[in-house]
Design a protein. Structure first.
Length: 458
């Protein structure tokens, strides 16, 4: 049965009410286009609510390209070009964001607008704006099937709401389900056999539904399906409370060395913690062991607080949640300790000696593993070690879109009336990163504007 309460004005439907969905909906509804957000969870917000709330973006094309040399340049440059206008639009709505000066990201300057006082408040604000403009939200619901006409134009969707199936006609469908960081099969296919060990940092509802629905009608997947944004965190038996992930994130892994259980280094740790997280998921049992000395600990392991709060010390905190940690006054003792965790101590000692030799005497890098920056030797006792695994925040591969946020088919042609934004899209970042909220903001607006422009009610 088709829903008729919207009359001839077929609405824009948006699947997912997180950053991208709420932005797209608010923009479309402000332009006077009837818009309905279908949200799987019992409230809107998705990972946006869990985020640090920093809407950040590179300042220019060359910085985007420097960090994302393998990213989709057309989409990446459009992201940069549309960022400040999108922020201006948010400000015109009275959105609670503050222009702040952010630390460099991998030595690259960036704009940063902070959700204030926090992302929860922003989520409530933007949800309220959408409703005030006349939008409608269906919670605890999802789309089961997309229905197209004989010209392959999307015509309607089947919604499962309260165990009931309803068919709603639409003029456009915008997919904004946040990617596939919580789908076991997609993760196994794209991230390998240890992917079931990933700690899910993002919301638990994003299980690739946008990708699956669009793929079922011939959508193309982007490059970088095996790429995700994440961080290193204490490995089991540590249990990290879901609302305290940031306290246990090992941002300083880029200053330390990492070995696997064979005792070998396996990546240039100095690139960034995100890349160490991606490299760790490929190691046995998705585990790596971070080793550092007192100098590194004092300089990078303890984050000085700027607001009178206690200093943040993820190593010390990890002991409280039963992480595998060791602190010893000699490397031999440290490694003996680690051999109880299954680490090969002889190879590990050789790796550390060879690494130190490389840093101090500029000899050839051990095991052919380079070390570009952060040339910190491991020489000053006491020595520290902690077992780590990978936390996944968002997936970076997804649906291939064009610069109008239209979902492309395998012949690179737009699927009529189908758009995607935020974590459901892919390829803008490729084994690199540049902000997740900015993707939802910029491409949420682009998707809504394109859907209105191409509005051809069926
Ligand atoms: C701990 C943490 C900190 C972060 N900090 C930052 C930060 O400071 N800055 C930054 O730029 N990024 C940050 N991010 C990333 C950022 O939050 C995400 O990139 C962003 O929220 C993605 O927006 P989205 O709309 O694509 O997905 P989401 O915001 O996750 O929204 C997706 C929505 O879709 C819903 N959904 C899923 N499946 C369905 C379905 N089948 N039907 C209906 N609804 C569905 C979900 O319930 C969810 O509400 C952080 C993320 C985490 C987890």
């Amino acid at each position: 049965m088709n829903v008729s309460k919207y009359g001839k004005e077929n609405p824009i439907l948006i699947l997912g009410g997180g950053m991208a969905g709420l932005i797209a909906g608010t923009y479309a509804q402000q332009q006077g286009k009837k818009t309905i957000i279908i949200e799987k969870d019992s409230k809107t917000g998705g990972s946006m609510r869990m985020s640090g709330g920093s809407i950040w973006c590179f300042k220019n094309h060359s910085d985007y390209k420097k960090i994302n040399s393998k990213g989709n340049t057309i989409l990446g440059e459009k992201l940069i070009d549309n960022f400040l206008p999108s922020i201006e639009w948010l400000i015109s709505l009275g959105a609670p964001i503050e222009n702040t000066i952010a630390a460099l990201y991998r030595e690259t300057d960036r704009y940063c607008f902070q959700m204030s006082p926090n992302s929860d408040y922003f989520a409530e604000f933007i949800t309220k704006k959408f409703l005030e403009f006349g939008g409608e939200i269906i919670l605890n619901a999802y789309i089961d099937q997309i229905e197209s006409d004989s010209n392959h134009h999307i015509k309607s969707v089947k919604i499962i709401d309260n165990y009931q199936t309803t068919s709603i006609n639409c003029s456009a469908l915008i997919l904004a389900t946040g990617g596939f960081h919580n789908d076991a099969n997609l993760k196994k296919k794209n991230f390998g056999k240890w992917s079931d060990k990933l700690i899910v940092r993002g919301n638990l509802q994003s299980s690739g539904d946008g990708l699956k629905l669009a793929s079922s009608i011939g959508a193309k997947q982007s490059q970088s399906m095996d790429s995700f944004y994440g961080h290193l965190m204490p490995a089991p038996p540590a249990e990290i409370p879901r609302d305290r992930f940031s306290e246990f994130t090992m941002y300083h892994s880029e200053q330390c060395i990492l070995i696997n259980d064979s005792g070998n280094r396996f990546t240039d740790e100095s690139i960034c913690d995100e890349s160490n997280a991606e490299a760790t998921i490929k190691q046995n049992n998705a585990t790596s062991y971070m080793i550092f000395d007192e100098t590194i600990y004092q300089k990078y392991g303890i984050k000085k607080s700027i607001s009178g709060q206690p200093d943040s010390d993820p190593f010390k905190k990890s002991i409280e949640i039963q992480a595998l940690t060791a602190k010893e006054d000699s490397l031999e003792k440290l490694l003996s300790n680690m051999s109880n965790w299954g680490v090969n101590k002889e190879t590990a000692l050789k790796s550390i000696i060879s690494y130190n030799d490389y840093i101090v005497n500029k000899t050839k890098s051990s095991q052919g593993i380079p070390r570009e920056k952060n040339l910190n030797p491991i020489l000053t006792p006491p020595y520290y070690a902690i077992a780590l695994t990978t936390g996944i925040t968002i997936t970076l591969g997804g649906l291939e879109i064009n610069e109008n946020a239209q979902v492309l088919n395998t012949k690179n042609l737009p699927i009529k009336n189908l758009y995607a934004a935020g974590g459901d899209t892919g390829g803008i970042y490729n084994h690199s990163y540049g902000g997740g909220l900015c993707l939802g903001l910029v491409y949420g607006i682009i998707a809504a504007a394109s859907a209105i422009k191409n509005n051809n009610d069926i």
